[in-house]
Design a binder for this molecule. Structure first.
Ligand code: XMP
Length: 513
């Protein structure tokens, strides 16, 4: 079945992904496409609506993204946001004034009044707060437009041409700071574009399974299963689609959390796929012996991982398809500038060079993380895997500061398991985005019973974040921390002191190495 489609046209705004997420939260499928996409392609996709994103620049700069006028001739409703609204105005013959000392730039929370006779604001409160962020502003409206929202400073907070179904907002309805923003987007999608909301995970799963079957035919596929959400959901999806034509290789590097290797195996061993678990803990620990430099650890694990995978893949011989768990944010972000390398992330994405295959399948390519989780639930994947918090490829190796020994791995696994158990007992496991224990290489003096101890300090880390690029340390209640601390010191050998990490990111990173 063809989905209703909304196209988000990316003008370089920082919230492009957020807009797409919001549209999908309204159960309408959407994709983010470049403003350079040829108009024929846009027409051929027959969108129910188009949203122009914001953008970093003035519409008047030569380098600013623009599209040809044909975009206004598709008879498709358009919502322009911020830069997108200014582009709409300019493209249809209105005037946008460049930022100068007299012009009204607006940033941040702004009180606005809405005309709720417009479908965009229908059913909403007449006054509420929006999130403004613009230098340039709309000066004169194009023909057929009227203002439907204003602030003290800005007469054209939002505009409409109801006949053509063109709408523009100077503010950002997609961000949470805009109080009624979610409903405004809903109004655009349902009341202006006439969407019905047909994007459901059941439907997506059925379509994906059918497409994978058609593509793979009688061929063979290979997947590197890490046990993370993305590769686990990809594996489950492929298992449902092609069963024994899929081989998944799970390299257990011995640096997983307590019992995690067994949990992954239990989730997939009977799923109809060829499941290969490689217990390579000794091999990894052998290579890591005596290494204490974080980047060396990461490199060793990354290289060894590929070597083990390659050896196993060779046993299978040539495969037709390599499955990867790429998700939509990776797709949207790819190609956007070169950020400084803070840590070399080990990711199975680096495998294709080493495996003999014909083509890549990326079945999650169009899904956001929360949608990947919803798909996992729809497919009946074990909840533990669906809700697994992010776990770095190098595993506990980068949570043991200094050199790694098998004993330290067990100590950390035990302590971390207690921390996770108590967080779950306190009902905090879904509100703290990532939480874990770190075994420092610092020892200090303690007293237990009547004796002196000289043992390791364990650090606990918990962060709240939406994108893992920035993060705030979680305000875990003291009584929960106390319970964790008492249990760990009593139940785990070699630890006599517990500290809680109260740094945010930046300046710290989430992991310690
Ligand atoms: P940092 O420590 O850079 O972590 O603030 C951000 C997020 O990335 C995870 N992380 C990794 N994920 N391979 C991964 O797949 C890695 O090598 C890696 N290192 C860090 C980290 O757990 C956090 O969620």
């Amino acid at each position: 079945m063809a989905h209703e489609l909304v196209l988000v046209i990316d003008f370089g705004g920082q919230y492009n992904q957020l807009i797409a997420r919001r549209v999908r939260e309204h159960k309408i499928y959407c994709e983010v496409i470049s403003y350079k996409t040829p108009i024929e392609e846009i027409r051929a996709r027959n969108p129910k609506g188009i949203i122009f994103t914001g953008g970093p620049n003035s519409v008047y700069l030569d380098t600013s993204p623009r599209m040809g006028k044909e975009i206004f001739e598709l008879s498709v409703p358009i919502l322009g946001i911020c830069y997108g609204a200014q582009f709409l105005v300019l493209g249809l013959g209105g005037i946008v004034t460049e930022a100068n000392e007299n012009a009204v730039a607006e940033f941040g929370r702004t009180d606005c009044e809405f005309d709720n006779s417009s479908p965009l604001f229908s059913g909403l409160k007449e006054k509420s707060v929006v999130w403004m962020s613009h230098n340039d502003h709309i000066e004169t409206l194009p023909e057929g437009f009227r203002s439907i929202c204003h602030s003290d400073k800005c007469p054209y907070g939002a505009i409409e041409n109801p006949e053509k179904k063109f709408y523009g907002t100077q503010f950002h309805p997609e961000v949470n700071h805009t109080e009624q923003g979610f409903d405004m987007l809903g109004n655009f999608l349902y009341k202006v574009c006439g969407c019905a909301g047909d994007w459901t995970m059941e439907e997506y799963a059925q379509t994906a399974i059918r497409e994978i079957r058609e593509k793979v035919g009688g061929g063979k596929a290979l997947l590197a299963l890490s046990g993370g959400v993305d590769s686990s959901v990809a594996c489950k999806l492929l298992a449902n689609a092609i069963g024994s034509q899929l081989t998944c290789i799970f390299v257990d590097h011995g640096l997983m959390r307590k019992n995690e290797g067994d949990e992954v195996e239990a989730a997939f061993a009977d799923s109809g796929v060829n499941f290969v678990r490689v217990n390579a803990g000794d091999r990894f620990l052998g290579k890591l012996a005596g290494v204490d430099e974080p980047e060396r650890k990461r490199k060793i694990i990354g290289e060894e991982f590929i070597r083990v995978f390659e050896e196993e893949a060779q046993k299978i011989g040539k495969v037709d398809y390599l499955v990867q768990g790429t998700i939509y944010p990776d797709v949207i972000e790819s190609g956007l500038g070169d950020a400084a390398v803070i840590k070399s992330h080990h990711n199975v994405g680096g495998l294709p060079d080493y495996v003999d295959f014909k083509e890549i399948i990326e079945p999650l390519r169009l899904l956001f993380k929360d949608e990947v989780r919803a798909l996992g639930t729809t497919l009946g994947l074990d909840e533990k895997l669906v809700w697994r918090q992010p776990f770095p490829g190098p595993g506990l190796a980068i949570r043991i500061i200094g050199d790694i020994t098998p004993e330290k791995v067990v100590t950390l696994q035990d302590a971390d398991a207690i921390f996770r158990e108590e967080i779950a007992n306190a009902g905090l496991d879904r509100s703290i985005n990532q939480y874990f224990a770190v075994l420092t290489n610092m020892r200090s003096v303690g007293v237990m019973g009547d004796g002196r101890t000289y043992d390791y300090t364990l650090a606990l880390r918990g962060v709240t974040t939406s994108d893992f690029m920035t993060a705030d340390f979680s305000r875990i209640p003291y009584d929960v921390l106390e319970k964790v601390s008492v249990r760990i010191v009593n139940e785990v050998k070699n630890i006599n002191r517990i500290v809680y990490d109260i740094t945010s990111k930046p300046p710290a990173t989430i992991e310690w190495e």
